[in-house]
Design a protein around this ligand. Structure first.
Ligand code: HEC
Length: 200
């Protein structure tokens, strides 16, 4: 085997490791890195406070903390009211439940141009035969929305008019206030014919 390199083991024997003190600059650099790291941690870590870390455990949770304005806020509120008051019967997907309640998705009562008849349904209740999206129903719904404040009922109607493919205008708390006042406190469930006799 030819060997021209002077560091070649064949000519100089095994390389040996010798001990020597760590150079000063490495020690200084380590201290500087430690200090900068500590400072960075102090400024940015939030000290692992759950208020900093826990609320953002998921993207969904984070978006719930975002300040919401206008339409988005009304829809979020409407969804919450819907799910606690109406969804049990009409389903969280708005498709209704056989033998329990008709669909709100695609219902002509929900997406009507005006919402006067629609608002009467939760305010007074609805009773007897009613046709919804081509299907016949003959049950009764109590005045499920009569106890809701104006803004909550407005939000829930806005939500059902704008969800599951429904595309109808929003309802304001003022609108509900006026409709409620026009009813003069009556909460006798309407029949389908009574509803149809009202302005849309
Ligand atoms: C206890 C079950 C139940 C709850 C809760 C309920 N409904 Fe109903 N809803 C019904 C039934 C049953 C009918 C059909 C009544 C009939 O056959 O005359 C109906 C009919 C309707 C209709 C007209 C038909 C249609 O599907 O478009 C609307 C609109 C409506 N409900 C909205 C609401 C809203 C808004 C809420 C919440 C504030 C609500 N309902 C809560 C059972 C319920």
């Amino acid at each position: 085997m030819s060997c021209e390199n002077s560091s070649c083991s064949a000519s100089n024997g095994e390389p040996t490791a010798t001990r020597s003190a760590a150079p000063m600059w490495i020690i200084v650099a380590a201290l500087v890195i430690l200090f900068v790291g500590g400072y960075y941690f102090d400024q940015h870590s939030g000290w692992f406070d759950p208020k900093v870390y826990a609320p953002y455990a998921s993207g969904e949770k984070l978006s719930a903390y975002q300040p919401q304005s206008g339409e988005a806020a009304a829809l979020a509120k409407g969804k919450a009211v819907y799910e606690s008051v109406c969804g049990i019967c009409h389903g969280s997907d708005g498709l209704g439940k056989p033998g329990q309640a008709p669909a709100l998705a695609g219902s002509e009562w929900v997406v009507a141009k005006g919402f006067n008849r629609l608002a009467h349904i939760p305010l007074a209740g609805v009773n007897g035969p009613i046709q919804v999206a081509g299907k016949d129903w003959n049950m009764a719904m109590a005045a499920m929305g009569a106890a809701l404040p104006d803004d909550s009922l407005a939000a829930v109607l806005t939500y059902i008019r704008g969800s599951w493919g429904n595309k109808a205008s929003a309802v304001s708390a003022d609108d509900i206030k006026k409709i409620r006042a026009s009813m003069g406190g009556a909460s006798v469930p309407c029949s389908c014919d009574q509803l149809k006799a009202m302005p849309e």
